[in-house]
Design a protein around this ligand. Structure first.
Ligand code: URA
Length: 211
């Protein structure tokens, strides 16, 4: 049994590597079982110089097929929010806590499955490397998976939405809902929920360079 094998896939990638090397490394990652069934790993996208990073849960069906984060229904709602806020998406680094799509086949459809805590913890190796490289001034955690992955298991999105949590390493994390929570909400409350979500997100406006 070789003793010098790196324990994690990301440990095979040298510390000085860039985002593209990490992106390729994540494609190979089988440190948890999710990658076996997904089409591809969906890595973060955006400028390495971004001051703000947005973190979601995991790619959905469309992201898994297209290979880009937040391009499906949740992504369209996110884009609408960014437009309202006047935030240019290409000035933000957008990624997910988990890089592969976890799903359950149901007929021809693939139904989103929430990643297990252990899968989230294993996948954090990639998000931590993205954080090291991009060094954002602040992060927006979209939903409970991202919030807990980034700020620990005691964070509550419902109690702390719109608030900043500061990690022991100084990283500032703004907690808010995942866009899919708004899409699942009662249709007659959607616009009010959207307006409240914008109010949460607006707290991070100071990290967007004027366009
Ligand atoms: N949901 C997420 O959390 N991330 C995506 O990229 C798409 C949907």
């Amino acid at each position: 049994m070789p003793t010098n094998m790196p324990a994690r896939e990301s440990d095979r990638i040298p510390p000085e590597a860039g985002i593209d090397d990490l992106r390729h490394g994540a494609q190979r990652c089988r440190d948890c079982p999710i990658g076996e069934h997904a089409t591809q790993a969906v890595f973060g996208e955006g400028p390495e110089s971004a001051k703000l990073m947005l973190v979601g849960e995991q790619p959905g069906d469309q992201e898994d097929i297209q290979g880009h984060p937040f391009v499906g229904p949740s992504g369209r709602l996110l884009d609408r929010a960014l437009e309202h806020l006047g935030w240019a998406r290409d000035s933000i680094y957008v990624t997910n806590a988990v890089k592969h799509f976890k799903f359950e086949p149901r007929g021809k459809r693939r139904i989103h499955k929430t990643p297990a805590q252990q899968e989230i913890e294993v996948c954090m190796q990639w998000l931590e490397r993205e954080l090291e490289l991009v060094q954002p001034e602040a992060v927006v955690a979209l939903g409970a998976t991202a919030a807990r992955a980034l700020a620990g298991p005691t964070v509550s999105v419902m109690r702390q939405r719109g608030q900043w949590v500061v990690r022991p390493d100084g990283l500032r994390i703004l907690v808010t809902l995942h866009p899919s929570a708004l899409l699942r909400g009662p249709p007659d409350e959607r616009e009010a929920a959207f307006a409240r979500w914008l109010d949460d997100l607006r707290h991070a406006s100071r990290y967007i360079a004027p366009g």
